[in-house]
Write a new protein. Sequence first.
Length: 233
Amino acid sequence: MTTHETRKTALIFGASRGLGLAMAAEYVSRGWCVTATVRGDRRTELNDLAGSSDGRLTVEKVDITVPEQIAALHARVAGTAFDLLFVNAAITNGDVQIGDVTTETFNRVMVTNALSPMRVVEAFQDVVPPAGTIGVMSSRQGSLTLNDRAGYEVYRAGKSALNQLMRSFAARHADDQRTMLLLCPGWVQTDLGGPAAPLTIGESVPGVVDTIEKHAGEGGLHFVDYQDQTVPW
């Protein structure tokens, strides 16, 4: 029988709503023990999920754009090992051409979508054991190869920067046994994806989790989508 002590564990950043919330719920439904984060003090659906999880979901508060909050959470979970560290964080400024984007908006998107997720990866890598997985939520829009339509240029740039930084992280840890993943969830009906997106959260997230599980213990860096199809750089 699986006990609390032998269950797999996940630390998921950015789980108050949308894809992150659905990932937390999916892992709980699969018997994992999950620690998931929200920003601020407002009660979210994640708190409701925690209340019905039989103690298998813990909610932590952190704004990953604030380095001091990252450090504080790291201190709270120090000594705990997680089979999966996953960072889900993204904002968009809408479909605005780069020449019309303010410096403030550019900085905000880049800090949220690229710098902050990598700060989390750098800070929390020590809680992931050699057989574990470190993943971040990327996007096909971060692919240079697939950009033949333009649009959402700062969002694209932020995801491309995230991909590059994750690739640098992997290069610096070339002998690391852990699996590293850039995950593309598809175009999903979320606040960011919009109602016209072809995928529901329920269609995307089980595939995201299945793909993470497929690569567990494999090692190396992989840029893949929710159907485990390789996404070109």
